[in-house]
Design a protein around this ligand. Structure first.
Ligand code: KG4
Ligand code: ZN
Length: 336
């Protein structure tokens, strides 16, 4: 079965073709057009500007994904599209375009939750994931812990009460004058810095699986103010290392707490922040020191940040075909 998937929930425009044979997913093409240069000029995503860019990219990106995979109307069996959560204007670009293709090509559509996509990115070109598994979705918009009792069973355990982990990095970056999105730059600066500020680790030992990262930007703001009034330039390396370590500590601690409580046999990461090597290394270190002997699964970097391949994967493994006239963009969609 061959599936054409489209993703436009935030600032990227993605299209991908996936070939599914049972539970084996082969990636035939994965095209992402980024509007990041535009958003880095404005220090963040301006929804109206994002959607206008996506309108320009959507058809060329779909055509490229079809060409690269040597696919056409004749050998595509199904279409898939992200229906939420995300920015309404951006979602509409993908959803309405895919509906038009489905109508013209007479193919079924599978609507996909973007958050499920980040989890199922782990299933591309991979088999034999052992369950139960704990999945951590860490992106610019979300921080969620999910229990998977099997490949089709997702139970939300907890999530952020305010800012997402990536959002905390991006907001810190803005305070420090770094380009958007700040996650990769903070990771680079942190390599030369030390965790000297010991910023708070909110809810790290709470009994639930919730997170809270909004206090971090306030803590960074205070430090920057202190340095300003002392006439010193902020030490970007040390601030970056301190923010990154605080976030990594909380993410790893809470995920391993869930892993132990539910007897998980694997840990799955997904979302843009999962591209962070320090986060991956800390997980590996703690898994070894706790003698857990379970694998940490992380998608390749280009499958961590937003892409359509993950939408094709989620559609294939847990999606339900829906008639094009019943599909609507839903910015508020969550785990259900
Ligand atoms: O999954 P994603 O592409 O979009 C959302 O669904 O939000 O994630 C984007 C987020 C941004 O906050 C960005 O700063 C962060 O992922 N990010 C990183 C890294 N690469 C991207 N954060 C830390 N380290 C990275 N290497
Ligand atoms: Zn995402």
């Amino acid at each position: 079965m061959r599936i054409l998937a489209v993703e436009t929930s935030c600032d990227e425009t993605g299209a991908s073709v996936i070939e599914a044979e049972g539970v084996t997913l082969r990636l035939l093409s994965n095209v992402v057009a980024t509007s990041l240069p535009l958003h880095s000029k404005t220090g963040g995503v301006i929804p109206e500007a994002a959607a206008r860019e996506q309108l320009k990219y959507i058809i060329p990106v779909i055509k490229q994904a079809l060409e690269e995979s040597k696919s056409s109307q004749n050998n595509i069996d199904k279409l898939a599209v992200t229906v939420g959560p995300g920015l309404i204007g951006s979602l509409l670009v993908g959803v309405e375009t895919v509906k038009a293709y489905a109508y013209a090509w007479k193919k079924p559509i599978i609507p996909v939750n973007h958050l499920f996509g980040h989890i199922y990115a782990n299933f591309i070109e991979k088999r034999d994931i052992e369950f139960p598994a704990i999945a951590l979705v860490v992106s610019g918009g979300h921080t969620d812990l999910v229990l998977m009792k099997g490949s089709k069973s997702l139970k939300w355990l907890g999530g952020t009460r305010d800012d997402a982990a990536g959002e905390a990095l991006d907001k810190t970056g803005r305070l420090l004058g770094l380009p958007y999105p700040a996650g990769p730059k903070i990771e680079e600066l942190a390599k030369k810095g030390k965790d000297i500020f010991k910023f708070p680790r909110p809810l790290m030992h709470s009994a639930d699986y919730d997170f809270s990262f909004s206090g971090l930007k306030t803590a960074v703001f205070r430090e920057v103010q202190k340095m300003d009034s002392a006439g010193r330039a902020p030490n970007l390396e040390n601030i970056s290392a301190s923010v990154q370590t605080a976030i990594v500590d909380v993410l790893v601690t809470k995920t391993l707490k869930a892993t132990k409580e539910f007897g998980a046999k694997s840990i799955l990461l997904g979302g843009g922040v999962a591209a962070n090597q320090t986060l991956r290394d800390k997980f590996e270190l703690e898994i070894r020191s706790l003698k857990l002997k379970i694998p940490l699964l992380v998608p390749e970097k280009q499958l961590c940040t937003d892409n359509a391949a993950m939408i094709g994967a989620a559609a294939t493994l847990i999606g339900k075909e829906t008639s094009w006239d019943k599909i609507q963009a839903n910015p508020e969609l969550y785990f259900d």
